[in-house]
Design a protein. Structure first.
Length: 432
C-alpha cells in the first residue's frame, strides 16, 4: 500500500510512490502539463501533472482545482534542485476532499487591514508559515535551554490582584464582585517560585492596556520570565546573553528553510551568537545621545529613535545598565553605591528592534519594599503575600522578562510585531 507522508519528509522517499493530504496554493497550466503549488502545513512544494501520463480525465481534474481546495495527492517524489525545498511530486492521482471557491487571499498584494481581518486564512501563507515555525522553534529552544540549566517551568496565574508594571496599563475585570486584573507579568509569582525551587521560569500571555499604536506594542503578548535565587544582577546578565545566543543558534540550526523563505541574512544572525554582549551604562547612553544631538536629559526614558541610535553603535545586542529609579518599577534593588539608579538592565536588539528584555536584581529588604509599594499608590493588602517572601528567608535574587513577539520580530527581521503572533491583539483589533 502507498505510504501516507507529510511534505517535509519527502527527502526520505525519493523515487517512491507516496500519498499526501494537501491544499492547493497556486497553479500554472499549459496544454500538456500543470504545476500545482501544494502545502500541507509542514512545507510547500510543487506537484507536476503531465497529461500524457495521467490521461485526459485526471488532467482535467488538475486544471479545475482552485486555490485552497484540499485533496489527496498520489505520486512519486523527485529531487528538484530549482526550488527552496529541493523536492517535487510527479502526480499520478488527485482525489478532491474539500472544494474551495473565491478564496479571498489571492497571490496579488493585499492591504494590511484586509489581511488582519482574514488572519484565520492569512496564517496559511508561506511567509506566515515561516514565522510561526520560527516562533515554535524559539519556544522549544526556550524550554530546552532553561531545563538544561536546571530551571523548572512554573505557571503564573492570568487573573491576579497585583499590578507589577504600573497601574495605568491594567485590564480590569469583575471577579465575583471583586476587581481583578489580567496579569501584566508573571514576575511576582516567579519570585515565590524561586524561593521554593531555586530557579524557575514562567511562560504565558500577559496583558497591557497600552494606548500606544506602534510596531512594537501588542495588548496581549507572551513573556518568558526566569527568576533565580542566590543570583546577582551581573550573573543574571550572563544567563540572559547565553539564552539569547542559544535562541539565535537554535533558529539557525533548525529553521534553515524558514529563514530562506523570509530572506533573512543568516550571516547577520550568526553575529548574535558571539558572547559577551556589550554593556553600556544608562549614564553613558545619555552622554552618547547628547553628543549626537538628541534632545534628552538624565532621567528621561528612551523612545524608539534613541534605542535605535544606541543599538546601531554595536554589532551585537547591547545591555543598558542601571536606569534611574523614577522610570522603573518598585520591585528593583537600588544600586549599592548610588541612590538614584537601580541594579537593572534592558537588552536592546540590533537592527533597530529596540528593547527585547527587561530585568533586574530584586529588592530583598522588607521595609524598603513596603515603603515603595505604598509610595507607588498600591494597595498593601494585595502585596502581603509578596512581602512574605522577604519575611521568611529573603535571599538575593534576580530575573528578567523576554517579550517573545519582540524577539521573533528581530530574529525574522520583520517590520511589525503583529505578524509574529497567530491572532494579534492591538488597540484597534480584537477580531478574529
Ligand atoms: O520591561 P517589561 O515591562 O518587564 C517586565 O514585565 C518584568 N516584570 C520582567 C521581569 O523582570 N520578569 O517587559 C518585558 C519585555 C520587554 O522587554 C518587551 O520585550 C516585552 O516584554 N514587552 C512587550 N512586547 C509586546 N508588546 C508590549 N506592549 C510589550 N511591553 C513589553
Ligand atoms: Mg521594559
Amino acid at each position: 500500500m502507498t505510504e501516507q507522508i507529510r511534505i517535509i519528509d519527502a527527502k526520505d522517499h525519493v523515487d517512491q510512490e507516496v500519498k499526501i493530504g494537501a491544499w492547493l496554493t497556486d497553479k500554472r497550466s499549459s496544454g500538456k502539463i500543470s504545476f500545482l503549488q501544494l502545502r500541507d502545513g509542514s512545507a510547500y512544494f510543487q506537484g507536476v501533472v503531465v497529461k500524457n501520463a495521467v490521461g485526459e480525465e485526471m488532467f482535467q481534474v488538475a486544471k479545475e482545482l482552485r486555490q485552497e481546495t484540499s485533496m489527496w495527492i498520489t505520486g512519486v517524489i523527485h529531487e528538484d534542485s530549482r526550488s527552496h525545498f529541493g523536492y517535487e511530486i510527479e502526480v499520478s492521482n488527485i482525489e478532491v476532499i474539500g472544494e474551495s471557491s473565491d478564496y479571498p487571499i489571492t497571490p496579488k498584494e493585499h492591504g494590511i487591514e484586509f489581511l488582519l481581518d482574514h488572519r484565520h486564512l492569512w496564517l496559511r501563507s508561506k511567509r506566515q508559515f515561516a514565522i510561526q515555525q520560527i516562533r515554535n522553534e524559539m519556544i522549544r529552544a526556550t524550554y530546552e535551554f532553561f531545563n538544561n540549566e536546571g530551571f523548572i517551568k512554573m505557571d503564573a496565574p492570568i487573573l491576579t490582584g497585583s499590578a507589577p508594571e504600573g497601574t495605568t496599563e491594567l485590564f480590569e475585570t469583575d471577579y465575583f464582585d471583586q476587581p481583578a486584573y489580567l496579569s501584566q507579568s508573571g514576575q511576582l509569582y516567579a519570585e515565590a517560585g524561586a524561593m521554593a525551587y531555586g530557579k524557575v521560569f514562567t511562560f504565558g500571555p500577559v496583558f497591557r492596556a497600552e494606548k500606544s499604536k506602534t510596531r512594537r506594542h501588542l495588548t496581549e503578548f507572551w513573556m518568558i520570565e526566569p527568576e533565580m535565587a542566590f543570583m546577582h544582577q551581573d550573573q543574571s546578565l550572563e544567563v540572559q546573553e547565553r539564552y539569547i545566543a542559544y535562541l539565535v543558534q537554535s533558529v539557525i540550526d533548525h529553521c534553515e528553510y524558514e529563514l530562506k523563505l523570509l530572506d533573512r541574512d543568516v550571516d547577520q544572525l550568526k553575529k548574535y551568537t558571539k558572547l559577551p554582549f556589550p554593556r553600556l551604562s544608562y549614564d553613558d547612553a545619555i552622554t552618547m545621545l547628547q553628543d549626537n544631538d538628541f534632545d534628552v536629559k538624565w532621567g528621561d526614558d528612551f523612545g524608539s529613535p534613541e534605542e535605535t541610535f544606541i543599538s546601531d553603535q554595536f554589532e551585537q545586542p547591547v545591555f543598558i545598565l542601571n536606569y534611574p529609579k523614577s522610570i522603573k518599577p518598585f520591585y528593583m534593588k537600588p544600586h549599592p553605591d548610588r541612590d538614584d539608579v537601580y541594579l537593572c538592565a534592558d537588552l536592546l536588539a540590533p537592527e533597530g528592534y529596540g528593547e527585547i528584555i527587561g530585568g533586574s536584581e530584586r529588592e530583598t529588604d522588607y521595609d524598603a519594599l513596603e515603603e515603595r509599594i505604598l509610595a507607588g499608590g498600591l494597595d498593601l493588602e494585595n502585596y502581603q503575600w509578596y512581602l512574605d517572601l522577604r519575611r521568611y528567608g529573603s535571599v538575593p535574587h534576580s530575573g528578567f522578562g523576554l517579550g517573545l513577539e519582540r524577539a521573533i520580530t528581530w530574529i525574522c527581521h520583520l517590520d511589525h510585531l503583529r505578524e509574529t503572533i497567530p491572532f494579534p491583539r492591538m488597540i484597534n483589533r480584537i477580531k478574529p
